[in-house]
Design a protein around this ligand. Structure first.
Ligand code: ADP
Ligand code: NI
Length: 220
């Protein structure tokens, strides 16, 4: 039953993400799923909830749906109900999808939702964050920047280190700024020990990249 549920979910996600932006496509989901399995080995979690949340966490990301944050959780919930997953599991997966993203952790005057936390959320959040840093993180950031036609870098536009959720969503800043505004902060936000360990070397790789980028920018 469980394996079949996972297989059906994989089929659904692959289909839903056909044509997605390169950093938020099926392969991102596959990497997050894999990271989540590795992290879950050392945590006492419900593996079905972790797996379904990893697979469904970007099923309809608000930034690709005119900012609508309700589509993803709704699609996930309807799909899981259609394959007869228990309501209690569905509710937990939906909570994880609503709370996993970096922007959910930013100041938000419009948010009336109660904060949610669980060990399963922490594992999937770490798995997603690991895919936002390191070599893959660099590739994904520039792909997203290109998708949005952002500048690579502009020395006249400084990073904004204290953005509210609204400012973060509206930002059109150069991609290098995203490293200072988000990517370099992720190492310090990891929840699990396994996540922290893996984040170390990926973080260092981004620092090295930024030093080299700066050198080349200045013609050295
Ligand atoms: P959020 O939208 O909460 O930042 P996501 O997990 O969907 O979270 O972001 C995933 C990835 O998309 C980021 O790690 C990054 O690679 C890319 N991305 C999102 N916003 C930007 C941005 N402003 N500039 C460059 N890349 C971005
Ligand atoms: Ni993701």
């Amino acid at each position: 039953m469980t394996n079949e549920t996972i297989e059906q979910t994989i089929t659904f996600v692959k289909k839903a993400l056909k044509g997605a932006e390169g950093g938020h496509d099926w392969f991102h989901i596959q990497r997050v799923f894999q990271n989540a399995q590795s992290i879950a080995k050392t945590e006492n979690v419900n593996l079905l909830i972790v797996s379904l949340s990893a697979l469904l966490h970007d099923i309809a990301d608000a930034k690709f749906h005119n900012g609508d944050e309700s589509i993803g959780p709704r699609m996930a919930s309807e799909f899981l109900a259609s394959i007869k997953v228990e309501q209690q599991v569905i509710d937990h997966v939906v909570q994880i999808i609503e709370n996993i993203s970096f922007k959910s952790s930013l100041r938000d005057e419009n948010n009336m939702r109660k904060p949610f936390n669980s060990l399963e959320l922490q594992v999937v959040q770490d798995a997603d964050r690991l895919d936002a840093i390191g070599a893959i993180g660099i590739a994904r950031a520039f792909n997203y920047g290109g998708f949005k036609n952002r500048e690579l870098y502009n020395p006249e536009i400084s990073p904004n280190l204290n953005m509210s959720k609204e400012e973060y969503k509206k930002s059109t800043a150069p991609t290098i700024n995203h490293f200072y505004e988000k990517l370099l902060l992720l190492k310090g936000k990891m929840n699990t020990d396994t996540g922290k360990n893996i984040a170390e070397s990926r973080h260092q790789y981004m620092l090295d990249f930024l030093i080299q980028f700066d050198k080349e920018w200045n013609g050295l």
